[in-house]
Design a protein around this ligand. Sequence first.
Ligand code: ZN
Length: 252
Amino acid sequence: MRLPYALDRVAPGARLAERTYETIKSAILTNRLPPGTALSVPELARQLGVSRSPVREAVQRLIYDGLATHAPNRGAEVSTVDIEDLRQLYVVREQLEGLAAQLATAHLDPDSLDELRAILAEHERVLAEGAGGADGADGANGADIEAHIDLDRRFHRTLRELARNPHLNAALEPIAGRSHFALHSLWRSADAPRLALDEHQHILDAMIAGDPEAAGEAARRHIARLRVRLSQARPRSPDPARPRRRSRASAG
Ligand SMILES: [Zn+2]
């Protein structure tokens, strides 16, 4: 798939490589660069208005993240999503996020509580502002979706760090990154951000109550809900090698 004209230019200045990486990553996470898109270094550099070297570095990092893959003779392209693989990833993520919330409860101090509350308040503000413009599954605009994804990632990253177990963090971080990418490229609906925020609030409430078991349970339920939704997911760009059953095609 050819690279669509979907990227904003990266302003020159400090941290150019980092901002180039974040810009491409965000375009992948929000499906502006759908699975299978060829990540041509010269074309990306042209669209972003930067030289090739930060783009090359960004593409290497995206391959490391699992968001892009190296296709023989074709260069890098945005990873395609294998639903069964993703379901298995979620089985693991469910347990690890539960453990993270459980361990994080013991380390909740006033500073981290402030931080988590600020993330939820910001998330609430983004959803309240976006609600006026959203009119359906794809009604929310790109900026709202990016803000939602970013706040969801920040909430889970803060919990992981608060768990203070480097082995858990090392296991969970790449899983969380890949599962965000896959879920958002597969499936979106207008109520998803609201459900996610309510569930984050439940996790934090249990942590504030000092109940690690309940916090772990709330985190597992949150991820399990996403996993169940995956089994109902349809790829946004259908894979011609594996056609859907015909009865689904007319279901609208
Ligand atoms: Zn979440």
